[in-house]
Design a protein around this ligand. Structure first.
Ligand SMILES: C[S@@+](CC[C@H](N)C(=O)[O-])C[C@H]1O[C@@H](n2cnc3c(N)ncnc32)[C@H](O)[C@@H]1O
Length: 280
């Protein structure tokens, strides 16, 4: 019988051959999932013998990862803003930049918002994070993908937030009513060419319509900038995530739409990533 360390080494080499980044870490996280322990606990069990049942549970997961399926889809969950979210191919995997955007919105808001609109909610990551943070806020989470909304509702229910977080299937603002103290969105913003150059994990497994927008990635952001003013409360705030090299065009668009205050904000990597807009 092989030891855990033998199988771990073999899996790491296999992942290396398949071109995965961080092959050892990926292998360890899959092993920890199957053995139902913390990753670091594996180090205390290197001599453990791997029985056939355990290997049988491990093999399909290793195969899926070797085909470049993202780890989060295989594990079925991901961390987001101090909470655990269910995640699968119905929606995009929430990214660290989006956690930064949630932090930015919280920093910029001068008072707790009564109402929040999350446009393009996907897994519900932003809506759930903000509803948890603002215990009295009413949140509307919009997406045009019914599959993504199904997953968002599962996450909203699991967080015990179904009373305050409502989901709406809509093409951006089309089915949205009322005004909001915070409008927040991480819309699709990649150009078709940028998408072609993404890692296989993204290109082969994440929903393309969650990532790619027309007009070199600007179409959804432009639409949101043009229309969000009509849905903003008088002292409300709009916070948007964008692609790189889009800020000159987006801030010009916002100025043309008549926003009083327009800020372009960098992410932790020092790249222009977020746009904050205030009142028309
Ligand atoms: C980049 S993903 C963001 C998902 C999630 N908010 C996050 O940050 O992880 C963009 C989301 O916008 C949604 N979307 C794309 N086009 C849309 C449209 N026309 N109306 C509403 N939602 C749309 C996609 O289905 C996807 O869930």
């Amino acid at each position: 019988m092989q030891t855990l360390l033998d199988v771990l080494n073999k899996t790491t080499r296999f992942f290396e051959e398949k071109g995965l980044e961080n092959p050892r870490l990926n292998a360890e996280l899959l092993f920890a999932n199957v053995l139902e322990c913390q990753r670091l606990d594996l180090y205390l069990q290197f001599e453990r013998l791997m029985d056939e049942d355990t290997l049988a549970s491990l093999r399909p997961l290793v195969l899926r990862r070797s085909r470049r399926e993202p780890l989060q889809y295989i594990l079925g969950e991901t961390d987001f803003f101090n909470g655990l979210l269910k995640i699968d191919e119905r929606a995009l995997i929430p990214r660290p930049e989006t956690e930064e955007m949630v932090e930015l919105a919280i920093r910029k808001l001068t008072a707790p918002p009564d109402s929040i609109l999350d446009l393009g909610t996907g897994s519900g990551a932003i809506a759930v994070a903000l509803a948890r943070h603002y215990a009295n806020a009413r949140v509307v989470a919009v997406d045009h993908s019914s599959k993504a909304l199904e997953l968002a509702r599962e996450n909203i229910r699991a967080a015990g937030l179904a009373e305050r977080v409502k989901t709406i299937r809509s093409h951006w603002f089309d089915q949205v009513e009322g005004v909001f103290d915070l409008i927040i969105s991480n819309p699709p913003y990649l150009s078709a060419e940028e998408w072609e150059n993404t890692q296989p994990e993204v290109r082969l497994h994440e929903p393309c319509e969650a990532l790619v927008a027309e007009d070199s990635g600007l179409a959804c952001l432009n639409l949101i900038i043009d229309r969000a003013g009509d849905y903003l409360s008088p002292s409300g705030l709009i916070v948007l995530e964008s692609g790189l090299d889009q800020h000159e065009s987006l801030t010009a668009r916002a100025a043309k739409a008549g926003y009083q205050k327009i800020e372009s904000i960098k992410d932790l990597g020092g790249r222009n990533r977020f746009i904050v807009l205030e009142s028309l």
